[in-house]
Design a protein around this ligand. Structure first.
Ligand SMILES: Cc1cc2nc3c(=O)[nH]c(=O)nc-3n(C[C@H](O)[C@H](O)[C@H](O)COP(=O)(O)OP(=O)(O)OC[C@H]3O[C@@H](n4cnc5c(N)ncnc54)[C@H](O)[C@@H]3O)c2cc1C
Length: 413
């Protein structure tokens, strides 16, 4: 199958042939692509189905997301072979992070040196991660990627399943995996419910040039009217992240971009000096999603389709890339024992392990995000108390630091 001008019916690494596979992954976002790479060498026929065009997958456009990658995630990207496709100047080290509440001078500091490392992780643009994973997909030359193909319905079962595409084609596989965003249509199609939490806020992200050096320290502040963060990128560039109620977000987006960054510099009390726009702005609605099941017979959820995190703790992709590795390890194990990729025991083990990893992070992030998005007096007191506890209890701080920097222990069923 070849590329057409509309981007439809295009494949990489071969064509969809008979439409019969061992594993079909719906969604070639960062987690879907990671899973297909994790499954190489398993001797399985894997297909990815992606609604975006081949151009958008080959050269993903900048989308404003600067992903704070933990050292664990970097290790996984290295194992997948994707890390080498990310240029040095696209990798910004994150040395420490400061969190403050309102105009208070109390500051909770997370410093990499406290746990004997020189950085907490790296900031890398989402589009650069996607591009690197796609480059490795092409180099690996194994999984088939069908682009310009929207999955509309999905029917999974113990004896195999089928995905129907908008263009009328049907592809079949022993195991279907949904990696199609937190608003996953595949999850819905498979009859899996999810706990969905709408924070009633929107996040505006953009790049700015800062007059004062950030020294690779992230700065997050919970101000009346919404949270504000400055994430340090290479040179004098930073990512400006602001959270507002939707009406205010619309007003902010209607401002001229120069007026928008000037207002942000004022909210920052000129901590970083004058700010100048360095990109367009992007808005994301803040919605948390936790699927009530991660698996069903012949079916699994991964990435945001399984757990869609609030970005405040920067865990979404980190959790997704760890989760797909857990799933792939259980599939490899099942295949080695001739039980096939949809082995119920493998899927159950994935459900158990990924829930154990994600549930505490998801629910504590949700509570934190709620606490930090409220303006009430009790919420302000509680925020202050939390920062004080964090400052007074270095072990609590060390626990958080370790979760960012230590290698992941993954089970293999
Ligand atoms: C502002 C912001 C900041 C963030 N910061 C961080 C951070 O610092 N650290 C971190 O770890 N995470 C962060 N995240 C979260 C991170 O971006 C997500 O967790 C990650 O992108 C999830 O990847 P995914 O592949 O599961 O889903 P997605 O990136 O949503 O990709 C899903 C893919 O599925 C495709 N698709 C959807 N429906 C269909 C269909 N029906 N048929 C075919 N294809 C389909 C889509 O086109 C897309 O390519 C942030 C998110 C936001 C919004």
């Amino acid at each position: 199958m070849s590329k057409d001008k509309t981007g439809a019916d295009v494949t990489t690494n071969g064509d969809a042939g008979s439409g019969e596979f061992d594993v079909i992954i719906v969604g070639a976002g960062p987690v879907g692509l990671s899973l297909s790479l994790s499954l190489r060498d398993a001797g399985l026929d894997v297909a990815l189905i992606e609604r975006l065009s081949l151009d958008a997958i080959t050269a993903p456009p900048y989308d404003g997301r600067e992903i704070a990658l933990s050292l664990r995630s970097v290790e996984i990207l290295q194992r997948l072979g994707a890390w080498k496709h990310i240029a040095d100047d696209e990798i910004s080290p994150l040395r420490s992070a400061n969190v403050t509440n309102g105009r208070s001078s109390t500051c909770l500091r997370f410093d990499a040196n406290a746990v004997g490392v020189d950085k907490l992780g790296f900031l890398i643009s989402n589009h650069a991660i996607r591009r690197a994973l796609y480059s490795e997909h092409c180099d690996a030359g194994e999984a088939i990627l069908v682009t310009g193909a929207e999955a509309v319905t999905l029917c999974a079962g113990a004896n195999g399943g089928a995905v129907s595409l908008a263009d009328g084609r049907t592809l079949r596989a022993t195991l279907l995996v949904a990696a199609d965003t937190r608003f996953s249509a595949a999850r819905r199609s498979a009859g899996i419910s999810a706990s969905i939490h709408d924070f009633g806020k929107s996040m505006i992200v953009s790049r700015v040039k800062a007059a004062r050096a950030h020294n690779h320290v992230a700065w997050e502040c919970f101000l009346p009217g919404g949270a504000l963060a400055v994430l340090p990128l290479n040179g004098d560039i930073a990512s400006l992240v602001q959270t507002f109620a939707p009406e205010e977000a619309r007003r902010q987006m209607a401002l001229d971009v120069n007026a928008y960054v000037d207002a942000a510099a004022m909210r920052l009390k000129n901590r970083f000096g004058a700010l100048h726009p360095a990109s367009e702005r992007f808005v994301y609605p803040l919605v948390g999603v936790y699927a009530n099941r991660f698996v069903a017979p012949g079916f699994a959820l991964t990435g945001d389709a399984a757990v869609g995190m609030h970005p405040v703790t920067a865990h979404g992709f980190n959790l997704g890339v760890q989760g797909q590795e857990i799933l792939a390890n259980h599939i490899h194990h099942a295949v080695r024992r001739k039980r096939g990729p949809a082995d119920p025991a493998a899927l159950a083990a994935y459900e158990r392990d990924h829930r154990r990893l994600s549930a505490p992070l998801y629910w504590s992030t949700l509570a934190l995000a709620e606490l930090y998005s409220r303006e009430s007096f009790p919420a302000r007191i509680a925020r202050r108390a939390l920062l004080d506890v964090g400052r007074a209890l270095p072990p609590a701080r060390r626990l958080i630091l370790n979760s960012l920097t230590q290698p992941l222990q993954t089970a293999t069923g």
